[in-house]
Design a protein around this ligand. Structure first.
Ligand SMILES: Nc1nc2c(c(=O)[nH]1)N[C@H]1C(S)=C(S)[C@@H](COP(=O)(O)O)O[C@H]1N2
Ligand SMILES: [Mo]
Length: 439
């Protein structure tokens, strides 16, 4: 989008869509343009230099540096929400607080987690990954051995097929972006391409699938077509530069960029080459959703194009009329995000958002639009396109195809429908409060 970095003309600061959406170049052009945009409103106060008084932390030496850094004590609310905090023997969910984060990477301590039988406490010295089945040479890898193969790093999101399930409810469920969309996160993953290991093992040409199995007590298993395994599948050993967190698969996981979270098998211990899918529990039951016509949607591998606004969003009220940044996350399992449009009048008119570069394929992309809110009610929504030409469907299209649920659905384990990738609408009330609506 380098073509956007010209000096803005005055009319760029004009409203480009209903309810006060401004041209995205106000942000890209920087200082003067932004100052012009906020004319008439103040974000800061006039000050005299002597008003700057020394706080206690400015007059004494600071605290010791911890060996492993943690956030400021003032940031305690920036945390995941847990569905099963006592760790009772059933699925546990930890949701990412999207409304309290920005940028595109999810910090490791805030990456969402779904563990169906808890996080195994794996000793990396004794863990093994075995590649066997329809191969010439069955192989067993220690973590140290894997670390000596050529590695690659890539940004990618992981999203549970059950993320955003509340949006199948007939009435809008009131919740934060975390409650509605917190089962998706994005990180830089580093590891060994699965194709490297498969080439060494020598895959029988008759093998068309592999079964990946985890070392947790439930031995979560998923079948993966060979084509995906040879394309961009990775055995991930590092997450944002450090070893994987226990909840995210320590010491190794399968990474299938853009594909359903459940298939990204954590605590990976087995890759078995086979000539048909295994019809494991999660692929034949939980993640084979039943459609209104009674057929099961099998197999639903792709996490399709999606976007939602994180700022403002429920829990982040506006503090009065003025200029705000509307920002959010867009991503597609099909590749790069190409365009995001934002409306402030419930879909009557749209303004194009600025995309934060670099835009990585199959990764979170931050979009931003400047907005001059005049204090009247507004309905915000985003809609994304990817480089393959896919666009987010409307909610009506998804409901027509897959049905909706009469009762509020908030638990990913208990809904009949998955893979919601339609829009999310936030209503801004006259007082600046933000609620979830269908528009
Ligand atoms: N072995 C194993 N792999 C697993 C799971 C599990 O419980 N056990 N949960 C799956 C589900 S349902 C999802 S959505 C993703 C979540 O990955 P994360 O916990 O790293 O965010 O891991 C998948 N891989
Ligand atoms: Mo999942």
């Amino acid at each position: 989008m380098s073509g956007d970095r010209r000096t803005p003309k005055w009319n760029d600061l004009e409203v480009v869509a209903g309810n006060g959406l401004l041209d995205r170049r106000v942000f890209l052009a920087g200082g003067a343009a932004f100052a012009a945009a906020i004319t008439g409103y103040t974000l800061s106060e006039p000050v005299a230099a002597q008003q700057l008084v020394d706080a206690p932390w400015s007059t004494t030496a600071g605290l010791p540096i911890p060996d492993y850094g943690v956030p400021s004590r003032f940031e305690k609310l920036v945390a995941r929400t847990l569905s099963n905090p006592s760790g009772a023997p059933r699925t546990q969910h930890a949701r990412t607080p999207h409304q309290l984060l920005t940028g595109t990477f999810t910090p490791n301590g805030l990456h969402f987690v779904i563990s169906h039988s808890g996080n195994p406490d794996i000793d990396p010295g004794t863990h093994r990954l075995v590649v066997h089945g329809m191969v010439k040479r069955p192989l067993s890898f220690t973590l140290d051995a894997l670390g000596r193969y050529p590695m690659q790093s890539r940004m990618t999101f992981i999203e549970c097929g059950g993320n955003s399930a509340p949006l199948f409810s007939r009435e809008p469920v009131q919740g934060t972006a975390q409650a509605l969309h917190g089962l998706g996160s994005c990180a830089e993953w580093t590891g060994v391409m699965l194709s490297t290991l498969l080439e060494e093992a020598g895959v029988d040409p008759a093998a068309t699938w592999l079964v990946a199995e985890g070392a947790d007590s439930l031995a979560v298993s998923r079948s993966v077509p060979i084509a995906k395994a040879m394309d961009d599948a990775m055995i991930a050993l590092y997450q944002n530069g450090e070893r994987l967190r226990p909840g995210n698969g320590y010491p190794m996981r399968l990474l299938l960029p853009g594909w359903e979270g459940n298939m990204n098998v954590k605590w990976l211990r087995r890759i078995k080459l086979v000539d048909m899918p295994a019809m494991s529990y999660y692929e034949s039951r939980t993640y084979a959703p039943i459609l209104p016509n009674g057929k099961a949607y099998q197999f639903y591998f792709l996490q399709e194009i999606k976007s939602f606004i994180t700022h403002p969003s429920p829990g982040l009220s506006l503090t009065g009329p003025g200029v705000y940044e509307i920002s959010g996350i867009a991503y597609s399992g099909n590749g790069r995000i190409a365009k995001v449009m934002v409306t402030a009048d419930g879909g009557t008119s749209w303004a194009q958002a600025a995309l934060q570069e670099p835009v990585h394929p199959k990764a979170f992309t931050r979009f931003r639009v400047p907005w001059r809110w005049d204090g009247t009610p507004a309905v915000l929504q985003s809609r994304a396109w990817d480089e393959a030409g896919n666009v987010q469907p409307t909610r009506a299209q998804i409901i027509a195809q897959r049905g909706e649920t009469a009762t509020a659905v908030t638990n990913a384990a208990a809904f009949p429908s998955q893979h919601y990738n339609g829009p999310t609408s936030w209503a801004v009330g006259p007082g600046g409060d933000v609620t979830h609506v269908y528009a």
